[in-house]
Design a protein around this ligand. Structure first.
Ligand code: GLA
Length: 731
């Protein structure tokens, strides 16, 4: 049992880490510790000076130093003397906002709790336990349940909150974060992942200054601009050293991560739905469920933390038959044709791809309605046979005849004004009456909170999926949302729409993925604009970025790898000059970069030279050989491509019996010494034989210690983007 309770002290002991909290003499649930296992109560470290201007709860009487403003709390609220950022804010019927939460009860349950209508990590009683702590406002019948899901072996705790209105009147929740983590000691840095379209999840590391720092999205989706993941680490922590915490939100809408360093240098981390886009009327007797946060702690730097997140996301968030299965090598026609294709052109690409060993042909945007550019057609989910010059059934059949699977692109949540759907149902699009709608890529967003909209989408997509042998769906979403209004909600409840949109999206995804369990769903949003743990619950992989330039991709995939498993990262080889950057990189550089993901191609292979085609065939054979190691092995970041002159990573078999190291060198200088690459995660005393490697002698044997402490010499750099690949087996 990972969860132990003694005299109101709650200790969660996991494989390597410990989380501890305590109900104090006033019934307040305080956070005591998150870090190394200590085997005792950490209360002795708590020291609470009397801080002027910090409010005292009334029942503390003359105890001047008792203030919620200086205690590490498990869940912070407003109006109780704690002036730091609140996790929860509720407006009572009389318009006031205070909440003073005190302990009421707890329960320990086998297995991992689930959340109605929202994605959540899952685990049976052999894998997980649930601790449920109920708090109650001292002055009203508002209750707050804090759920802790504990995956003991994985050093993972999930957090989510339920707010219950036991009052006679409705209340309004205007802020309900999923995670509140107070850290009372230490000097901390935070790492978050920012970006833009074509440049997602760029790592940024900053000192935490006094005040509040934030990373958030108010775009209705998790966004390219910020990712709903965050890392807090001890100053100076590295891949291999230092205490660090990671948090990932299982939510695909607007989010907010806030980090506050307060007057006593304590740090509070909050994560949850973005309050700027949220309010919720909670009627008497109703419960509101926040999304879930996955929290993990590593005592030995980012590498271990990433492994913990990769395992929990791949094995306990991703679902369905594909989650651990080898993924098909696919070819997508988008960069090969854009909107300009017919069935024959697609078949031609497929024929060439089949010859080279590609498993699946994916038909991207433009096969439906009137859709020859991005100005029209979205919403009209019926096949444009005039354009294809054949039925979808026939096209899929022909592709299957080549020994390939067939996959299809959808962008269900969108509508073009020039579409039958919009002409028939203008009120289905999100826009504010009396104002011009905000367009983006010429399109509007459907009101996913509406049951009739979801029913239409369900029926349309279902019909298409039943009309042909479709084994893969790319679920795209190509704009941010802003002019929120739903005809279905009364004026006072419009603030609920952004969250209701996400709930509607999840409901539709749940319905379709349940009805079509064999279909592999890949998430997408203008590349990696909705690459979040919530979407991974429905789609076990996600298109990482519209930027397919190998050089830039190593930076994008580097940032992505801090939280997300390699199998979740859709990654393709495309043509040169690259369509996003104009850069020319070698085919091998594009190949190894795309292999660190769910691999595929996105170009017209028939335009390649004979040598290039042979190289593609060889890449596919290599991916099929190494694929299980790439997706099931432990992933190591061996360089920081944002700073170093190389991008390098490796995959180590869980039993340390083999390792594949890959990467690129760049920013070449004259008269350079060769780079040395130090491997990680091997058995020091074991002997590893080089089976295959760039310029190194195959058959050569090294000890694990030598490969880790000394490293291997990379090929001499004689041009940018030189790719390398080494494969060792233990002898
Ligand atoms: C988005 C996706 C691309 C492609 C286009 C089609 O930008 O990220 O991969 O599917 O839409 O319009």
């Amino acid at each position: 049992m990972a969860i132990q309770v003694k005299d109101r002290l709650f200790t969660i002991e996991m494989a390597n880490t410990m989380y501890q909290m305590q109900v104090d003499s006033y019934g307040v649930l305080c956070h005591l510790w998150y870090g190394a296992k200590t085997g005792c109560s950490m209360e002795y470290l708590m020291d609470y000076p009397d801080v002027g201007f910090s409010g005292n709860i009334y029942d503390a009487g003359n105890v001047r130093n008792y203030s919620l403003d200086n205690r590490p709390l498990e869940y912070s609220t407003i109006g109780n003397g704690d002036y730091r950022i609140p996790a929860l804010s509720v407006i009572h019927a009389n318009g006031t906002k205070a909440l003073d939460l005190r302990f009421e009860a707890y329960e320990i349950l086998p297995g991992k709790y689930q959340i109605p209508g929202l994605p959540a990590a899952y685990g049976d009683e052999t894998e997980a336990e649930t601790l449920r702590i109920t708090l109650k406002d001292k002055f009203s019948d508002i209750k707050v349940i804090l759920n802790y899901g504990v995956f003991e072996k994985l050093d993972v705790i999930t957090r989510s909150t339920v707010i219950i209105n036991g009052e006679k009147d409705a209340v309004t929740i205007d802020r309900a974060h999923s995670l509140c983590l107070d850290i009372s000691r230490g000097e901390w840095e935070w790492i978050h992942f920012h970006g833009r379209h074509n440049m997602e999840r760029i790592v940024e590391r900053n000192e935490i200054f006094h005040g509040i720092q934030e990373s958030s999205s108010r775009r209705g989706s998790s966004s390219q601009q910020q990712n709903p993941t965050v890392l807090l680490c001890e100053k100076g922590a590295t891949e291999e050293r230092g205490l660090c915490y990671g948090a990932a939100l299982l939510y695909s809408g607007g989010f907010q991560t806030q980090v506050e360093k307060e007057q006593m240098r304590q740090v509070r981390l909050l994560m949850g739905m973005n309050p700027e886009l949220f309010s919720w009327q909670l009627n008497p007797g109703e419960a509101f469920y926040t999304p879930e946060v996955i929290l993990s702690c590593s005592l030995e730097g980012f590498g271990t933390l990433s492994h913990q997140f990769h395992t929990i996301l791949r094995e306990h968030v991703c679902r369905g038959v594909h989650k651990l299965a080898e993924r098909p090598v696919l070819i997508n026609n988008w960069e090969a044709t854009y909107f300009d294709f017919d069935g024959e052109k697609i078949l031609k690409i497929a024929r060439q791809a089949a010859e080279l060993g590609v498993d699946m042909m994916v038909l991207d945007d433009g096969w439906f309605g009137k859709r020859n550019d991005d100005c029209s057609g979205l919403g009209d989910w019926f096949v444009n046979e005039n354009k294809l010059k054949c039925s979808l059934h026939k096209l899929a059949e022909d592709i299957n005849g080549l020994g390939m699977k067939f996959g299809l692109w959808f962008e269900p949540e969108m509508v073009s004004e020039d579409s039958d759907l919009y002409r028939n149902h203008p009120d289905w699009a999100i826009q504010i009456p009396g104002r011009d709608p905000i367009r983006s890529r010429f399109q509007l967003v459907l009101d996913m909170s509406r049951a009739d909209v979801r029913e239409y989408l369900y029926e349309s997509i279902r019909n298409i999926l039943n009309s042909a042998n479709i084994e893969y769906v790319k679920w795209d979403m190509n704009r941010s949302v802003c002019d929120w209004f739903s005809a279905m909600l009364p004026a006072g409840r419009q603030g609920e729409l952004p969250h209701r949109y996400v709930l509607g999206l999840y409901e539709l995804l749940e319905r379709l993925t349940t009805e079509f369990p064999q279909v592999l769903f890949e998430g997408c949003s203008g590349g990696g604009g909705r690459f979040d743990a919530g979407m991974l619950y429905y789609c076990p992989q996600s298109w990482c970025s519209d930027d397919t330039d190998a050089y830039q991709r190593t930076q994008i995939q580097y940032g992505t790898s801090f939280f997300y498993p390699v199998s979740a990262v859709g990654s393709h080889v495309s043509a040169v000059p690259n369509h996003q950057t104009g850069r020319r990189t070698s085919l091998e550089a594009r190949g190894v970069t795309a292999m660190a993901g769910s691999f595929g191609y996105e170009l017209d292979l028939s335009k390649l030279s004979r040598e290039e085609k042979e190289a593609v065939g060889e890449q596919i054979r290599r991916f099929k050989q190494y694929g299980p190691l790439i997706h099931n092995g432990a992933y190591y970041r061996l360089s920081n491509p944002l700073k170093d002159n190389l991008a390098a990573w490796s995959f180590v078999e869980k039993d340390q019996s083999r390792v594949l190291a890959q990467g690129l060198t760049f920013r070449v200088e004259p008269n350079m010494r060769r780079y040395v690459l130090k491997l990680r995660g091997l058995e020091p005393a074991a002997q590893y034989q080089l089976v295959k490697g760039t310029e190194l002698e195959a058959g050569q044997i090294y000890t694990g210690a030598a490969l880790m402490a000394g490293g291997i010499l990379l090929p001499g750099a004689d041009g940018d983007d030189k790719a390398f690949e080494f494969y060792f087996e233990r002898v």
